[in-house]
Each structure stands twice: as C-alpha cells, then as structure tokens.
Design a protein around this ligand. Sequence first.
Ligand SMILES: Nc1ncnc2c1ncn2[C@@H]1O[C@H](COP(=O)(O)OP(=O)(O)O)[C@@H](O)[C@H]1O
Ligand SMILES: [Mg+2]
Length: 281
Amino acid sequence: MASISPQTTTDTSLIPDPRAHFSFTALPFTQEIPATKMWRQPGLDELVDDLEASVSARMSVAVIAPSGTGKTTLLRRLVERLPDTRYQVADIKVTSVSNRDFYRGLARALAVEPTGTWPALLEKLQAHAQSLAATEARRLVVIIDEAQDMRPEVLSTLRVLTNFNLDSELLISIILVGDGGLDTLLHRPDMEALRSRLSRVIRVRLLSRTETKAYIDHRLDLVGARQQILDDSAVEAVYDFSRGNLRAIDHLCRTALEIAARQKLETIDAGLVTAARKRLP
Ligand SMILES: Nc1ncnc2c1ncn2[C@@H]1O[C@H](COP(=O)(O)OP(=O)(O)O)[C@@H](O)[C@H]1O
Ligand SMILES: [Mg+2]
C-alpha cells in the first residue's frame, strides 16, 4: 500500500514578506524589541518607579494582569534599573515543577550549588542571602514570571524566603508575576501567610483606543513606514478585536500586513483586519 506523506510548504517564496512589499527596514510588531525602541506606554514609568521603590524598601509584591499586557516587558525595565552593586537578581520563569526542582532552578539562577533536598536548598538560599548582605551589602531580588503556573505547595513555601532571621531583616524581595490565575491562587486560604507578606499588588492596564493608535504608529515608524498603512477604520478594528492588549495588537497587525503584502495592497482597512482576525486562533 502506498503511503501518503503530508504535504509541506517549505517554499519560503509562498510566505508573503511585508518588508519587501512596504519597503520596511525590518519586520514590525515582533515579539522581541530592544529597550531603546520600546514605546513609552503612558503610566508605565510610574509602575516601574513603584516596583523599584518596593524593592528598595525591601518589600515583596505581586504584578497581576492578563497575558500580553506587557508584564514581562515591565520586569525587564525594572531589572535594568537595579544596580549589580546593590542587588543580585534572579529572574526566573516557572512551570508546574516540584519543590525540589523549583529550588534547584532558583539556586542555579543565584549561582548557589543546586544539590540537596528542597528544605536544605531553602536553607542554603537563606544563608546565601545573609552572606551577601553581610559581606557585600547586596540584597536578593527574586522575580518569578508566570507564577500562576506554580504548584500551590511550591508557591506557599515562598513565605519562608520573605521573612527569615526573626523578621528583623528583610533580605529577599520577591516579585510574583502572573495572570488572573495568580490572583486566584493567592486568595486560597493556604496562601494567607504568603499574601500577608506582599506589600502590594500592581496591575497593568490595557491600552485605550488612542493609545492603541499611538502604539501602532510607533511600531510602524520603527521600521521606516513611509505612509499611513492602517486607515482609521483599521485602527478601530484592531482596537475592537484586541481591546488594547499589546500581544493581540501585534498578532493582528502582523497578520494584516502579511495579507496586504500577498494581495499587493498599499493600505489596510477594517475588512482586512477582520480577515486577519479570522486567521488567528
Ligand atoms: N513598551 C513596549 N513597546 C513595544 N512593544 C511592547 C511594549 N510592551 C510590550 N510590548 C510588546 O507586547 C508583547 C507582550 O508583552 P509582554 O511583556 O510579553 O506581556 P505579558 O508578559 O504580560 O504577557 C511583547 O511581545 C512586546 O512585543
Ligand atoms: Mg510575560
């Protein structure tokens, strides 16, 4: 019996390239963006200030907002502001791992030998924080991204890190970052002790209609767009579909630009944004 192999489209010429079509200098709406090219999101500087002040006051905080609203970008901005001379920063992204694997990962991120049981690792991390404070006057900042994916039994152990040494010295600031799932987790009765250690919850908001337009313009300016590519109706449609969520805006605009390139259109209207929306999951 003849076997049928799946049809593959490896011919890259079939993939429309908006760069060639629109004479862009680079692909717009990419996931990664250098700090110098970021859009100055209104209100975001204040959030970075708040986070920095909390860390400086030796506090732990939670940053809660839906996926795609700019949380990870906000953290990158915070980390850039924390001088190595005063802080050692562990910036980790977690998945649903056991206590042992979580504390091994954290130890590795802090250049602490990742061996032993998890309670032993926890003690090693405490000792590390104490020696760092005593010998170098530096403090630990532990940033945990995607914290909604943590197992509850792992998350609850973090309270031990936020206050050891008889509460007299706060040597570790923990920044928990996640979506609504983290909010739900933190409100479980068994998280009461951890929740009480958090000095505040920072929430990142969605963009407004006018901010959505400003963001799209910024992203297109970065790649040298010469004219207004999305007409007013298109920008309205992007806002209506994305509700001001940055990642959703990126996906919609990227897909709309690809369709426009394929159809050799110079401008994008609401109909084309709707077509792009239908292609996205
Ligand atoms: N200030 C900004 N300037 C340009 N692009 C941004 C900015 N903030 C976020 N983005 C874009 O939005 C996307 C989502 O941001 P991200 O920080 O990953 O959100 P979250 O962590 O909340 O899911 C990123 O991939 C990035 O391309
Ligand atoms: Mg993120």
